[in-house]
Design a protein. Structure first.
Ligand code: 5AD
Ligand code: SF4
Length: 446
């Protein structure tokens, strides 16, 4: 392969929104080199695996899928396979890529993804395997082109890394310390995306609420939100992920005041037991968390709440788990992302002696999911008669209003004129049948 023009690629992504967005940047790099995306792996000249190591399951999935390419590589020796992201970045990862995956050509970590073009070019000339994992960020490499997968929602990084060191979590070890992006750069990117017609801008970071603490002059997440809301256009801002220790009333007040901020909040609680929160090094209590939630519910009408929960953390007793169930019943989340604790080598909790048996973890996960299903069903019935600001979209003659919390409300298509299509409008939920919501647009009110 002398140059990459007209070559085909695929990027395979594991893990969180951060990784999804990194993959959009990787696609941008490859397309700037002249390549184009294909859905057919067999047609690929370059395949990139952007990996995740948050839980063992994610690692195993990626490893097995990379392994499955061994045959294709034999058939097509010119195929270039790249593995990047969080798995290679781990110091004591489960899989040693050098030893276990000799047919992979380029292995890089999380900090040098922006240099992919130079690695591919070097490999193309020298045909020697590249294994380069830096142990700290070189600089925040902002990529010139991003190929976004979604035409409605665009991700924008605002902060990289995490300083929190929750005892179960590998992220601080593979993503480094918190680094906020320059405010003007973020504003420019958001302006550009709004001009392009994106309706939702999702601000990304492991802990977005820490934004600006490391900048000169210092600024805050609440202030960033206010600045972004001054950008003209019909769009909304979402953000993830928040941390209950840095998320605060000031941010809630900004969310309540600014119509351009989506009325949805993802606030990971992890556990409903103070003992477990302490062992997790989460640095807050259930009481503190509930105060924030209650304040948000009071200030923001019809707010949609979601959370992350880990079951089976070392030492979690039945009583601790029951406290978690109590908490989800109290908050009544619209969505709960629940995970069984997964031991991550190099994190403190992996060394804790009171590990929980897999079958207990599974049982607790199932109980939690069942409980949450009831809550969700109940939440749906409570939508009746409520008014939501929603994005109106018509597809194949069917008009849907998408609420900030991600609910779909079916609307009569004759309600929808060209001026209304693809704009945010207030809608009222008027019927609920088989968990399906229908309603109509409240005319003249936005
Ligand atoms: N095991 C299980 N879940 C984990 N998470 C992070 N680390 C682990 C782990 N070792 C979950 C947390 C976090 C989400 C992104 O993943 O709930 O909020
Ligand atoms: Fe991991 Fe905790 Fe940082 Fe979130 S806040 S990325 S769970 S260490």
């Amino acid at each position: 392969m002398v140059n990459f023009v007209n070559k085909k690629y695929q990027v395979i992504t594991y893990g969180c929104q951060m990784n999804v967005h990194d993959s959009e940047k990787i696609s941008g790099i490859l397309e700037t080199m002249g390549m184009s995306k294909t859905d057919d792996l067999k047609l690929c000249d370059v395949i990139v695996f952007n990996t995740c190591c948050i839980r063992e399951g994610a690692e195993d999935r990626a490893y097995n899928n990379i392994m499955a390419l061994r045959e294709l590589k034999k058939e097509k020796p010119d195929l270039i396979i790249v593995v990047c992201g969080c798995m290679p970045q781990q110091k004591e990862g489960k899989y040693d890529f050098k030893k276990k995956l000799p047919f992979v050509d380029i292995v890089i970590g999380t900090y040098n993804i922006g240099m992919l073009k130079s690695y591919l070019t070097k490999f193309d000339i020298e045909h020697r395997k590249i294994y380069e994992v830096f142990d700290k960020p070189i600089s925040n490499v902002e990529v010139l082109k991003t190929v976004r997968d979604d035409d409605k929602n665009a991700y924008v990084n605002i902060i990289y890394g995490c300083n929190k060191f929750c005892t179960y979590c590998i992220v601080p070890y593979v993503r480094g310390r918190e680094r906020s992006r320059d405010l003007d750069e973020i504003v420019q990117e958001v302006k550009c995306l709004v001009d392009k017609g994106y309706k939702y801008i999702t601000l990304l970071g492991q802990n977005v609420n820490s934004y600006g603490k490391d900048l000169q002059p210092k600024t805050s997440f609440a202030s960033l939100l206010n600045t972004l809301c001054k950008i003209e256009g019909d769009f909304k801002i979402k953000f993830m992920t928040s941390h209950p220790i840095d998320f605060n009333k000031e941010i809630i007040k900004v969310m309540a005041k600014q119509p351009k901020i989506a009325k949805s909040l993802h606030l990971p609680v992890q556990s409903g037991s103070n003992t477990i929160l302490k062992a997790m090094n989460r640095r807050y209590t259930v009481g503190h968390y509930l105060k924030l939630i209650n304040f948000a519910k009071k200030k923001i009408k019809n707010i949609s709440l979601s959370t992350d929960i880990i079951v089976g953390f070392p030492g979690e007793t039945d009583k601790d788990f029951q406290d978690t169930l109590k908490l989800i019943k109290k908050v009544k989340y619209d969505q709960v992302f629940a995970f069984m604790y997964s031991k991550r080598t190099g994190t403190p909790a992996a060394e804790f002696e009171n590990q929980i048996e897999e079958k207990v973890k599974k049982k607790r996960l199932n109980t939690l999911l069942r409980t949450q299903k009831f809550i969700q069903t109940d939440n749906i019935t409570k939508c009746f008669g409520k008014v939501y600001n929603a994005l109106i979209r018509t597809d194949s003659g069917v008009t849907v209003g998408f609420t900030d919390g991600g609910r779909e409300v079916y609307l009569p298509s004759d309600n929808v004129t060209d001026e209304i299509e693809n704009t945010f409008q207030n809608i009222r939920v008027e019927t609920i049948r088989n968990h399906k919501l229908s309603g109509s647009i409240i005319k003249g009110k936005k």
